[in-house]
Design a protein around this ligand. Structure first.
Ligand code: NAP
Length: 274
């Protein structure tokens, strides 16, 4: 059995701190090391938000790191293990290196009007563009082709696993994570004879990309998962399915649609009318 280097990322909820202590003990006594700087495995303890933070802490090491989520609250989309299953988790992690799964990420490039270099980011859930002072105005291009003029609160581009987060709240579709695509969704678009948008979410394949061009002088707020970047003189933001993926270790298969039902529909019973 190979010794693993494991990093722990947890939120400040008391339960998560306790679970982190227990996990640390179990991992070390079964011959593994805690290594926050150069891990093979990153275990997040908390909720989906905690896994998002863990992803951004280690997003520069995606080729060497696998993630695993323990939930100390409600069942999440990135968290498979419960806080009372820690011994089984450590055992599976040490003895079953096969159960891996990977999910698509969003690649983001911000280009400026001035001589600033392009900025490059990865998102696990989504990125959105909003205007700071007034209504957001932008031109949407698919590849190099003009698609629409947008005016409204903003635009969001999400990954399949992010489709159940902000994207869902703004009317986007829920996408199965096996689909390698990104989704563009509108946030309160204004439609008239000048600004005309498709008015529905669109799903773009990994061969295509979305470019959102912004007008000169505009100041915008670009969100990347839980981060906000306030920027002036952005010329355009380009979104595509990233080359990189996030890999999960010791993944326990739960049917995605079952998970969606558990999260959003819950206990509502069939009415048995059909
Ligand atoms: P956060 O506390 O990290 O997350 C906000 C909520 O979104 C939490 O309940 C979190 O679940 C849930 N969440 C995160 N990723 C999810 C996913 N892939 N599917 C379903 N639910 C998910 O808040 P934050 O730090 O401000 O922002 C992080 C994320 O929150 C963003 O990426 C965005 O998607 C989401 N958000 C949603 C809205 C909205 O729906 N109106 C508004 C702002 C931000 P846990 O409780 O398990 O952590």
């Amino acid at each position: 059995m190979e010794s693993l280097k494991v990093a722990l990322v947890f939120n400040h909820v008391e339960k998560s701190i306790q679970v982190a202590d227990q996990l640390k003990h179990l991992l070390v006594t079964s011959g593994n090391q805690i290594d926050q700087d150069n891990p093979d495995i990153v275990i997040s303890i908390g909720g989906d938000g905690t896994l998002l933070s863990a992803f951004h802490l280690y997003s520069h090491k995606l080729d060497q790191v696998r993630f695993l989520g323990v939930h100390t609250g409600h069942l999440g989309f990135y968290t498979d293990w419960r806080d009372y299953e820690l011994e089984e988790l450590v055992d599976t992690l040490c003895n079953n290196q096969e159960a891996n799964v990977s999910y698509p990420l969003l690649d983001i490039v911000i280009q400026y009007r001035d001589d600033r270099a392009d900025k490059h980011f990865l998102a696990l859930n989504e990125s959105s563009i909003k205007s700071i002072h007034r209504t957001m105005v932008g031109e949407v291009f698919m590849k190099e082709q003009f698609f629409e003029s947008f005016r409204g609160d903003g635009l969001s581009v999400s990954t399949p696993t992010g489709s159940t987060a902000y994207n869902k709240s703004i009317g986007g579709a829920v996408l199965h994570p096996s689909i390698e695509a990104i989704q563009l969704a509108e946030i309160a678009s204004l439609n008239n004879r000048v600004f005309r948008t498709i008015g529905s979410p669109i799903v773009v394949s990994k061969e295509d990309w979305i470019e959102i061009k912004l007008p000169q002088g505009s100041e915008c707020l670009i969100t990347i998962d839980q981060f906000n970047i306030q920027q002036e003189e952005v010329a355009s933001v380009i979104y595509r399915v990233a080359e990189e993926k996030i890999r999960f270790a010791s993944y326990r298969h739960m049917d995605f649609w079952h998970r969606v039902r558990e999260a959003f529909i819950g206990e509502h019973q069939r009415r048995n009318e059909i």
